[in-house]
Design a protein around this ligand. Sequence first.
Ligand code: ZN
Length: 251
Amino acid sequence: MRALILSDIHGNLEALEACVAAAPAHDIVVNLGDIVGYGASPNEVIECARGLGKFFVRGNHDKAAVGLIPVEDFNPLAALAAVWTQGQLTPENRDWLVALPPGPLEIEGLPGIQFVHGSPLDEDEYIVTPQEAIEPLLTSSVPLTFYGHTHLQGYFSTDGSTCEIFRPTYDTVGQSETLPLLLQKGLSYLINPGSVGQPRDGDWRAAFALLDSNTRVVTYHRVPYRLQEAQDRILAANLPERLATRLAAGR
Ligand code: ZN
């Protein structure tokens, strides 16, 4: 089975459309949450994401946008964007966000794989370092976990004793690029497809991944998108200018 894995779209319609256009053939789409928050197209992104498939876990920004967690837990920029998003959501899209499940999500036909937003141990936890990765890697009931939340494309793996970290590097700063990874038998992995709409690894391009469970290959993708249009929407919505400028820096 081929699964297109999207995470952290954050209301960025232009980035989502670029990923969908660039995605190779796939059987299902799995969304790892933070569909809204920061970007200026929450309703359009929800409607596009819902049209792509039925597999979702919720993110912390999805929860904040519908009052499931207080925005006071967020930094001021994120809180401001969450309050703005609350005011934009249609009643139907709001109800849909409220009903999103927490992870871990398992999918029929993909044995040994789970999908979460933050960590298999805590949906809101950030896994950034090998020290943070080792416990979820060693205690997970399945060898392969896809997660988001950090907006950092890459993976952690372990053979049971040491923990390896990998972050893809690419040849260009503005073109479509792919990087395949062959999953080794006997290792456990935590794999982050990167953020579709709010990259934080210094690369402005939209990020996603494709899993082929038959060949055990995960392919990382980076694709350019209509950045200026996404920025113009943020400015037109009177959201903070910083939310527009940081998209260009991928930070
Ligand atoms: Zn996020």
